[in-house]
Design a protein around this ligand. Structure first.
Ligand code: DMJ
Length: 481
């Protein structure tokens, strides 16, 4: 499919909310706030909230315009070369970045852009494309993006597309003899493939599927997601730990390393907590507590006074590694939301200490030695996500300070004329750049930062709930008039 070119109206630059409105944002999730330790280091005073929100919105628009200019209708932009990237399947595009951006555009009150993106999606996103897609990525990015777009705008056709797409993803679950999903499915033929899903790919669908079941009255989606979770919980060890990946057809563990909160298991745990919150599912909430207690018991260690999570054998608790992925930094926020706030705050500081030592965050490190084990930076959102979560829980200025530092680091090192890009190596001076704006950029980092500073009237700061891909699945406030 050849993506269409848009007619590109310049976005209307509207003033963000004034300081008075910004000052009215309160810490929002009512939970006990643990005594805070001293921040790691003092920082310069921040610009006023409204000014930061304006900066973030401008940077988001800079990358959005880069995508529109060079890659409109394609999945992802290559902002250095001006090329584009098919994320799911070569020669097949779903306009991924536009789907990812929908609710961010809405929250930033860029309504002309929302209409442009939604019109394209409704006209061109093909839920029956002859493409073998990665089920997990299609769920968190496309299904979640369409759901959030629908919730923000009320455009029924976005919900229709969402349902059509999910119906075509469902064979990955229903064809499985164990309930553990296949990892890939051809949207046109329903042929399934891939029998070694890691935990994140097994569980990170219960929010999207549960919500879709609610919105449509069709329980098949939620039932499939719950069956998958149950299949994992039934296979936990006597220590209440989980391995990394399971075989779809035999149900046997393929890797018995408990590597939480690293990928590829990260959002499996996140969706247990969030499923309890969004869907009121007490079973999911109970599983979250059970499994988290085991992770804290067997994997939590301290190095230089800061907490990290080692890898252990799920059956015997034997220590297997000390690697930590940058993606694991989201866990600071999840710990906070799940009732372990003091530990969540400490773990956030573990990551702030990494940011203290590098221009931007590397993908991986050995927390025992501090050595970088993966020198890339994939323009990831997890640290900003944790800042957002912990700020909502505590209202503490520390999270605005550090989130702004993170934003400045990205702007200094990863901004290019065509938008924002990943880096190949963050240990070189200057940072050696790559050439891709991942779709999740449009869904996550600028959204978390903007919401922290903008006092947005379009987000319910108390009730709002975001998916692992930053999609607002609860708490979008519809525009009036
Ligand atoms: C995003 O696609 C989601 O946050 C997912 O849960 C894992 N991480 C990537 C971005 O790093």
């Amino acid at each position: 499919m050849r993506p269409n070119s848009p007619s590109l109206p310049l976005p209307r630059r509207r003033a963000v909310l004034g300081a008075a409105a910004a000052a009215s944002v309160l810490p929002v999730l009512a939970r006990p706030v643990a005594a805070a330790a001293e921040p790691l280091r003092s920082t310069e005073p921040l610009p006023a909230d409204a000014a930061v929100a304006r900066e973030v919105r401008e940077e988001f628009l800079h990358s959005w315009e880069g995508y529109k200019r060079a890659a409109w209708g394609y999945d992802e932009v290559r902002p250095v070369s001006g090329g584009h990237n098919d994320f799911f399947a070569d020669g097949q595009s779903f306009g991924l970045s536009a789907v990812e951006a929908l609710d961010t555009l809405y929250l930033m009150e860029l309504d002309g852009e929302v209409a442009l993106a939604a019109d394209w999606i409704e006209a061109h996103l093909d839920p029956a494309a002859d493409a073998e897609v990665h089920v997990f990525e299609a769920v968190i990015r496309l299904v979640g993006g369409l759901l959030a777009g629908y919730l923000c705008t009320g455009r029924e056709r976005l919900l229709t597309r969402c349902r059509e797409l999910t119906d075509r993803l469902l064979p990955a679950f229903t064809a499985s003899p164990t309930g553990i999903p296949y990892t890939r499915v051809n949207l046109r033929t329903g042929a399934v493939a891939g029998t070694a899903p890691p935990l994140a790919e097994i569980g990170s669908n219960v929010l999207e599927f549960g919500l879709l079941s609610r919105l449509t009255g069709d329980s098949r989606y939620y039932d499939a997601a719950k069956r998958a979770y149950r299949a994992v919980l039934d296979r936990r060890s006597s220590l209440d730990l989980l391995g990394t990946s399971l075989h779809t057809e035999t149900g046997k563990w393929l890797d018995t390393t408990s590597c939480a909160p690293n990928p590829p298991v990260d959002s499996f745990y996140e969706y247990l907590w969030a499923g309890g919150e969004l869907l009121g599912d007490r079973e999911l909430a109970g599983w979250y507590r059970l499994l988290t207690d085991a992770v804290l018991r067997h994997q939590l260690v301290r190095t230089g006074g800061l907490p990290w999570f080692q890898q252990v054998g799920a059956t015997d608790g034997r220590v297997l590694g000390r690697r930590q992925s940058e993606l694991g930094s989201f866990y600071a926020g999840l710990l906070g939301k799940g009732g372990d706030l003091a530990l969540g705050r400490e773990y956030y500081r573990s990551w702030t200490s990494v940011l203290d030592r590098h221009p931007v965050l590397p993908e991986g490190l050995d927390f025992g030695t501090g050595a970088v084990t993966a020198a890339r930076d994939d323009l990831r959102p997890e640290y900003a996500n944790a800042a957002f979560d912990l700020w909502r829980l505590t209202g503490d200025e520390e999270y605005k300070q550090t989130a702004y530092r993170y934003f400045e680091a990205l702007r200094t090192h990863l901004r290019v004329p065509g938008g924002y890009t990943v880096a190949e190596d963050v240990t070189t001076t200057p940072v050696r750049l790559g050439d891709l704006t991942p779709g999740y950029w449009f869904a996550e980092t600028p959204k978390y930062l903007y919401l922290m500073f903008a006092a947005s009237p379009r987000f319910d700061y108390r009730a709002g709930l975001l998916s692992t891909e930053g999609k607002v699945l609860r708490g979008a406030v519809r525009r009036t008039g």
